[in-house]
Design a protein around this ligand. Structure first.
Ligand code: AMP
Ligand code: MG
Length: 649
């Protein structure tokens, strides 16, 4: 058993936190041991309402299907022995009996030797007959007779009673999810109702003073409650029936009341947030008052997801997922889904996996099982798995990723070039038609829009200009959008291209100083004057850009030796600069005109940045690359770019 005792903290909150970190396996084992075995509660469902339900017990066929020996073709019921000598040249004559057998009518007359009875497909085989000959292999002969030109083997064109399903045979096993085919089988056996697992009712509560429900206006410093929606959906995908009790503020009284009500009304309670260190982290303390045995694990060696808390109160699982949405989802899928499915009578999930090569080294924390979301692209020899560079706070990585890989707790990295098993989020890999790796720009979406409409899957992976160039050199993408300024030659992009890459001109983005409209320190000035004024005012705070950004070179030139307050705040995107100024964390920074406009900020233009594409020559002839280049040159894209504040080149 892997247990690590952590030093106790000073205050009471610290003392409550993560006294014991369990390994993923130990935590799951203890959680399951506290919950199972248990009965799967079931209910009878009418066939029409059973779609998607899980069978709670084996279903045995009460009848033979078909219930009688049945003809498979339109023709004549015969005794095969009569036709032993029949050939094309020596047809055998048979007298026709006095009836025609159709579906739904029981035959009245036996087939005696040297007679035949006309029979329709699905008609019951009459007494005496043991085969059917097709009408095509006969010809009329006189009024009430036929000639048969082929011999018939016993049982020919007959489906025997019970040959499809025999009475007493297990038709469907417990745990089967009922789909249209299963419904058809049940109906064929005359079964109108089946025992299904009652869906597990799972209460979902989000916690945090900062949470606002989607659809409501966002207050300053608030964020939208994404966990409530995503956790509820994931519960419904795995045999549960989620009931959302809303986002509850970090108030002990309110939260306890909500948790007690939710637990009383449900089979399971899933909370998110409020499990890491912080003043509002109350839920786990409340759990200790909700019933025995209480907390099973608080702190699991998972990344993301360490603060996960697993408890069982009065026989019901109570879980606190970490607050960050991706942490919440990974821990939910890894640790909660197995338990939920078992409670719902469902078999374990079987997610599809693929093997892919990891192009870059992925650092990992020793001692924690780490999940890394990846985007898959097609490389020269097999799939390549790009780790999505965003942290556990990033929700978009989920929708852009194709799956995830797991780094063992005992590894401190996954070296570049490793072969990794990727668990897919979808049943199959859909390799994108066009892969764009590099610096992202909102203008890119305007160019790729017609490709998406034409059914081409476009994958854009934002790793910055230099990361894009490296990927292009390795042949892992079709094109890399870049905006790199060469300080010496004062030119953009071309100096950075290596063999095998071709520069295709994109568009120009005007860079300039942003500030809050009406700020008299900047209104009406040139960029040089504005920066001088800002440096002269010691209360003025700037927001910088990261080292290596072309925009950073411009900022450094304007600043010279000056290092104003805010210089070390170096976000990596134009949008982050605009947000810092718009929200008053900084007074000025440098971004591009379309971003300034979208944030309604004042803007002093300075110099155009060239946003171009390094196209991998070996991939240029591909259909999707051609479609992209055509779209880039189209009037439609140029107009859309101009309209958004870019200057098509
Ligand atoms: P906590 O565990 O409550 O300290 O939350 C950790 C982080 O996750 C904080 O940034 C929270 O704002 C965020 N968070 C918590 N709950 C949610 C939620 N329901 N939806 C989105 N983010 C959340
Ligand atoms: Mg919180």
């Amino acid at each position: 058993m892997t247990e690590t005792s952590l030093p106790k903290g000073r205050d009471s909150i610290d003392q409550d936190q993560f006294l014991t970190i369990l390994s993923r396996e130990d935590a799951l084992e203890r959680f399951e041991a506290a919950l199972f075995p248990r009965d799967v509660p079931s209910e009878q469902r009418k066939l029409a309402d059973a779609l998607g339900c899980t069978l709670a017990g084996d279903v045995v066929s009460p009848i033979d299907v078909p219930p009688f020996d049945r003809s498979n073709v339109d023709g004549f019921a015969v005794r095969s022995a009569d036709l032993a000598s029949a050939t094309e040249f020596a047809p055998v004559p048979l007298m026709l009996n006095e009836e025609i057998i159709v579906c739904g009518a029981a035959p009245a007359h036996p087939v005696l030797s040297e007679t035949a009875t006309p029979i329709a497909t699905g008609g019951p085989i009459p007494r005496g007959a043991d085969a059917v000959v097709m009408v095509e292999h006969t010809q009329p002969s006189g009024v009430r007779a036929i000639e048969v030109r082929r011999a018939a083997s016993p049982g020919q064109f007959v489906s025997f009673a019970g040959s499809d399903i025999a009475r007493g045979e297990a038709l469907l096993r417990a745990g089967t999810v009922i789909g249209s085919r299963e419904i058809g089988m049940l109906a064929a056996c005359g079964i109108a109702e089946v025992p299904v697992a009652r869906s597990v009712r799972v209460a979902v509560i989000s916690t945090g003073d900062e949470l606002v429900q989607p659809g409501e206006p966002l207050r300053p410093a608030a964020i939208y409650d994404s966990n409530g929606a995503i956790v509820a959906a994931a519960i419904n995908e795995n045999g549960g029936k989620a009931v959302f009790y809303g986002a509850i503020p970090d108030d002990e009284g309110q939260l306890e009341a909500a948790m007690r009500k939710a637990l009383a009304e449900s089979d399971m309670l899933v909370l998110s947030g409020g499990t890491s260190k912080g003043a509002g982290d109350l839920s786990h303390r409340i759990i200790t008052r909700l019933g025995q045995p209480g907390i099973i694990a608080h702190g699991v060696a998972l990344k993301p997801g360490k603060p996960l808390c697993l408890a069982v109160c009065g026989g019901k699982p109570v879980v606190i997922l970490p607050g960050f949405p991706t942490s919440a989802m990974f821990t939910f899928h890894d640790m909660i889904v197995p338990v939920l499915r078992r409670m719902a009578g469902l078999p374990p999930r079987s997610d599809a996996t693929v093997t892919a090569k990891v192009p870059v080294r992925i650092a990992s924390e020793l001692g924690r099982t780490e999940f890394v979301m990846v985007s898959l692209v097609e490389g020269a020899d097999g799939l390549i798995a790009y780790p999505s560079g965003k942290g556990s706070g990033a929700i978009t990585s989920f929708s852009q990723a194709d799956g995830f890989l797991r780094i063992d707790a005992l590894a401190d990295q996954m070296p570049a070039g490793s072969e990794a098993t990727v668990t897919l989020f979808t049943p199959h890999v859909r390799v994108p038609d066009l892969v764009i790796v590099g610096s992202h720009c909102t203008g890119l979406d305007l160019v790729t829009a017609p490709l998406a409409r034409a059914g081409l899957a476009v994958r854009s992976i934002a790793v910055g200009s230099l990361g894009g160039l490296a990927a292009a050199k390795r042949g892992e993408c079709d094109l890399a959008p870049i905006h790199l300024l060469d300080d010496k030659t004062e030119t953009y992009n071309a100096p950075f291209l290596s063999e095998g890459l071709e520069l295709v001109t994109g568009w120009r983005r005007m860079q300039g100083i942003v500030f809050q409209r009406g700020d008299q320190r900047f209104e009406g000035l040139s960029a040089e004057q504005a920066v001088r004024a800002a440096i002269a005012d010691p209360t003025c705070i700037m927001v910088n850009r990261n080292q290596g950004a072309g925009t950073r070179i411009l900022i450094d030139r304007l600043l010279g030796e000056a290092r104003p307050d805010g210089y070390w705040n170096q976000p990596r995107s134009h949008n982050a600069v605009a947000a810092a100024v718009a929200q008053g964390r900084a007074d000025w920074g440098m971004t591009i005109a379309p971003v300034a406009r979208a944030s309604n900020l004042g803007f002093i233009p300075l110099a155009e940045e060239h946003y171009d594409f390094a196209v991998v020559e070996a991939r240029k002839r591909r259909l999707a690359v051609q479609a992209f280049l055509n779209a880039l040159a189209s009037d439609e894209a140029r107009a859309a770019l101009a309209n958004a504040g870019f200057r098509p080149a």
